[in-house]
Design a protein around this ligand. Structure first.
Ligand SMILES: *Cc1c(COP(=O)(O)O)cnc(C)c1O
Length: 389
């Protein structure tokens, strides 16, 4: 097994209360630069960062300062995005269950558009926009019935999923949108899932969008924006070798396979690929426990700090930052009263002692934001490189 370790300010970590998240803001900035460089190869291409991956205010601010927009899935996320400096006209808002106050907030602040997921929702947005004497720009989230080769819990673009409007219904809902007085139809939206590494899944989405566009053209329906969502995965196995995802391949896939119409804008909503690799959960070894069957490294972080392993059997690369002892196999577990509170089983790392600092890598996306206070625990704090300088 590879034992290359990341470089961390370990001395600063020693003086910091564990567990905590550490965000390598230099890596985040390089990742954002790479995305810009690759996106600039195509005109009228925009990224709305998916806030749900990580809404740490310092992380959000760096992304907004880089000029990107925000993709929100709740009123709380819209507030967080606005507070972090994302201009309202660069905010889009999706979600199958938008509450009235969330729709009102979006209209009040004048966000770019709502990604509408049902005709029932469209009627409510019309009602509220009418009452507020304004016009709601909307995109329709279409369920393209395209699978993604990823964990079953994180596919979203299949007919069986709750998301979006079916392709059969699409024409009818567009007609409805065009007939409503306080609704402006501006685009189509898709999102097929998360942690997708097989570019063929995105090719399948492109082909489906092309088909739908051909159908709409026959009916002289004009679509201003095509929003293809996010979903690009990261290399959880090799955070040191692949700290920046292959954005060149990703954007090239869309350039090559998606036929845009003249003047049409292309929108992306990447989350995980933007922030995943820059985050590390830092935790301390409390006890090394030998049983008749196993050797456990019991750490002070648990599934309340990072739930992905318990929720999706997700793999995270783990390093002992303060040991160069020979490799040993451990079940790395937390203190929570749940048998699923396991970060890794039979995981090989430098031999542990009480007090060693352990880095759980690639934890920048769907990590801190999913933390809970189960067992009355404190929420983990998120520090940036600058905070610990
Ligand atoms: C979660 C989500 C995204 C981002 O997904 P990633 O896999 O993190 O890139 C984008 N768009 C929508 C609508 C989402 O729900």
């Amino acid at each position: 097994m590879c034992c290359m370790k990341g470089t961390f300010p370990t001395e600063k970590f020693r003086g910091t209360k564990t567990p905590f998240y550490y965000y390598d803001t230099d890596l985040l900035r390089r990742t954002l630069e790479t995305i810009k460089t690759e996106m600039d190869k195509q005109p009228d291409c925009h990224l709305h960062y998916a806030v749900k991956a990580n809404a740490n205010p310092k992380v959000l601010r760096i992304i907004s300062q880089a000029g990107f927009g925000a993709d929100c899935v709740s009123g709380g996320e819209m507030k967080a995005a606005l507070a972090a400096g994302f201009p309202a006209e660069k905010i889009v808002y999706a979600g199958v269950g938008k509450s009235d106050w969330e729709i009102e907030l979006g209209l009040e602040r004048g966000i770019a558009y709502f990604n509408v997921e049902s005709s029932a929702e469209l009627e409510v947005i019309q009602e509220i926009a009418c009452r507020m004497n304004t016009t709601a720009r909307i995109s329709l989230r279409i369920n393209p019935n395209v699978g993604a080769h990823t964990h079953a819990h994180i596919t979203t673009g299949l007919s069986e999923n709750k998301f979006g409007i079916s392709m059969d219904e699409m024409h009818q809902v567009i007609e409805m949108a065009q007939s409503l007085t306080n609704i402006e139809f501006v685009g189509l939206h898709f999102h097929i899932g998360s942690q997708i590494l097989d570019m063929n899944d995105f090719v399948a989405l492109c082909n489906r969008v092309n088909e739908l566009q051909t159908q709409l053209e026959r009916q002289h329906i004009v679509v201003k924006n095509i929003n293809v969502g996010g979903g690009l995965g990261i290399d959880y196995q090799h955070p040191n070798e692949m700290p920046i995802p292959n954005f060149a391949d990703y954007f090239r896939t869309y350039r090559k396979h998606l036929s845009l119409r003249p003047g049409q804008q292309l929108h992306f909503e990447l989350g995980r690929a933007v922030v995943g690799q820059c985050g590390t959960l830092v935790t301390k070894v409390l006890y090394v426990k030998q049983t008749s069957l196993k050797l456990f490294a019991i750490v002070d972080a648990g599934m309340t700090d990072l739930i992905r392993p318990a929720l999706y059997q997700a793999y995270h690369h783990i390093e002992n930052l303060t040991s160069e002892e020979p490799l040993q196999k451990y079940d790395v577990v937390g203190p929570i009263c749940e048998s699923s509170d396991v970060f890794a089983k039979a995981y090989e790392m430098n031999a542990c002692r009480r007090g060693d600092l352990i880095a759980i890598r690639s934890a920048g996306a769907y990590g801190e934001i999913m933390a809970s206070q189960y067992n009355c625990r404190e929420l983990p704090v998120g520090y940036t490189t600058e905070d610990l300088a």
